[in-house]
Every structure is written in structure tokens, then in C-alpha cells.
Design a protein around this ligand. Sequence first.
Ligand code: AQP
Length: 396
Amino acid sequence: MYRKITRLDGRLVGFASSPRPLNGRSIVTPFKADRLKSYRLNRWFGNCTTKHASDAPRTIFSGIQPTGVPHLGNYLGALREWVRLQNSATEETQLIFSIVDLHALTVPQKCHMLRGWRKEMLATLIAVGLDPNRSTIFYQSAVQSHAELYWILCTIASIGYLSRMTQWKSKLQLPDDVTLENPAARSELRLGLFSYPVLQAADILVHRATHVPVGEDQRQHLEFSRNIANTFNHRYGQIFPAPKALISPARRVMSLKEPTVKMSKSHSDPRSRILLTDSSEDIRKKIQVALTDSEEGVTYDPIRRPGVSNLLEILSHFDGRTCEELVSEYQFASLRALKETLTGQVSDNLAPIRERYLQLIANKGGYLDAVSEQGAHAARANAEQTMSHVRNVMGL
Ligand code: AQP
């Protein structure tokens, strides 16, 4: 088994024998010399070439907060796409996924809960199909460069821009058009929550990510990351690629109990979300009590019938057919029949994930700790390459 050795620019230069050595030394086996010759080094640093950005190798980065067991929205909107990207990636593509525990601290957390959720999240990422020998998987707090770059980016981040972002408003349950002048905002808002997008930009940029797979709710943050990368590059030279959002086809999976808001780990009603670790019985019960309406028949109309439309959308993400195609099959069926079909699809798809998750959590041999250690080691090395250039251009 071999793992890849990549240069600063993410290009593959050879393979080293596995398992990944933790002392940083490994035997590199150069592969095909003719391919190696064509690699342009220092792609993003110093000798930037004029080669078109779309030809450059990809670095895919994304993160998830350990704020609970991931739900169907996290799975369809992010995790399933991460696995798809991993499994279809070219050899040159770098894949980096982080459990963003520092982000989780932007709302109050209980120490023992957070500790448990971090580990459960790691088990879930492997259970859904991420391969730690192909993708770098790590806890954000284990790589200090994220916090260092965050501070540096804070020195150029615009308060005006951050104040227009919606996440701090929704977390404080304030309307989208609220400003910093609002008395509730002034008393409740903490700097960590307000500057969440700056830390997210640091997560992405410290790994020189080119592509970031996320759900629709993160589009605004990705725009912010591109903006801050451009501002930094304008001031200090071409250091960061401008990251592109890869928005999942499941843009926004809605709550089962309140289908006008997105499914979320922190919603007070646990029946509003299906967890990846739910049993078939849990799934059946939650879908059975999902809020729909009193109209007969099945139609797709997200504005007028958000509950039914959400169920159709979830079904279509598993079934592969469009909502319109599903409607033509189910238009004369009862909502109960639709819910039964959906229950079968969700249970069948989540059962193998749950099984693998339970095995991983039951493993007392330190496997998860070894995975997080290996991931942190690789992520630290990758991030440090960026930081040494950043410090250098800034005079630090
Ligand atoms: N309902 C959703 N539909 C589609 N995608 C979603 N994502 C989250 N909810 C949905 C995507 O999941 C990834 C990880 O999200 P996160 O945990 O980092 O933060 P979040 O978006 O705030 O997720 P939650 O579940 O709502 O968590 P809490 O309640 O803790 O805030 C992201 O790519 C996100 O787009």
C-alpha cells in the first residue's frame, strides 16, 4: 500500500510506503519520470505560471462541526458528496476534511459532550466512506495554523461585510436584516460567532483549497473566503487560490417538523432530524410524524406544500429520479404510502453506515485515535507550508 507525496502546489511527485510514518521521513518512490517532468512546481508561490487555473490540481477541503451526530441534511448536503469526490478524484487531487471543533465553541458547549461528539463525528466520517489512507481527516484544534491564519485574516476582514452575514443572526434568532445597532445583537453577540466566517476562511486558505463542497447555507461564507483571499493576494502577492464552492445537489434538506427551516443538529425537537445512527424503527417513527398538510394526493410545491415537497426531495436524492418524475408515480397515492416508501429508502441507505459506525465506536484498540493522529500530522505539515510563506510575505 502506498500513499501520495505531493509538493507545495498539491502536485503528485511520488509514492511512499504505508503506513504513514509519523517521524516525517518516508521513502519516496518516484513514479513515471515523464509525468513528473511535466509538473510545474511552485504553482501558487513565487514562480506562478500563466497556466490556466482549471488545469491546476485540485485541493478539496471541507469541514463539519462536532455539534451532534450528523443528520440527513449533513449527509446529503455534504458528507455523501465528500465521499463521491474522494472516490472519483484524480491521483493529483488532495482531499482534506476537518472536524471543526473550534467552530463548535462559537455557541456554548459542555466539555464532556463536545469531547464525545468529536469522536462520534470522526467515526461517522469513516462510516460514511471516507478513507483515512486517501483523505486527510483531522480535528481542527490539533492544527494551530488554523488559529494563526485566522488572526492574520482578522487584520484585513471587514466588519461591514461580516455584519451582513446571516449565520450570527440565525444563531441568535434575530431577523436577517438586523444590524449591529440592535440592542439584542449588542448584548448577545460574541466575537467568536461574529468572526466565524474568518476562521472558516482560514481553514480553507491554510490548506490552499481550490474547491469546497458544502450545502447551500455555506455559499455566503465561501464568497467571503474568496473575497478575503483576493484582498490578501492584492496586498501581499499571489499566495492563496480563490476557493470555489461545490454546492451539493441536495442544497437544503428541511426540518421534518418545521419544513420551512433547514434540518439542523441544534433544533430543539429531535424528531425534526434523522440521524445517521438512527435505527430503522427510529427512522420510521420520525417520518411517520413528519409535518405535511391535510391536502390529498402528492404534489411538488415547495412554497405551498413545504412538508410534502421536502419528503419528495429527500426521496429523490436516494432514488435518483426528479421530484416531478416521482410525482407522476405517486400523484394518486396517499401521503402515508409516500412516507412508507421514503422510510424504506432511508433505512436501507443508512443501515450500513449505522452498522459500521457502531463497530468503530465499539473498537477499543485505539483505531480512531490513530486516524486522528495521522490526519493531524499530515494537516499540520500541509498548513505549515502555507504559513511559512504567509509569515515571510508579511514580515513576520
Ligand atoms: N439541512 C441541510 N441541508 C443541506 N446541507 C446541510 N448542511 C448542514 N445542514 C444542511 C451542510 O453540512 C455541512 C456541515 O455543516 P456544519 O455542521 O458545519 O454546520 P451547520 O451548517 O450549521 O449544520 P447544522 O446541522 O445546522 O449544525 P448546527 O445545528 O450545529 O448549526 C455544511 O456543508 C452544511 O452546508
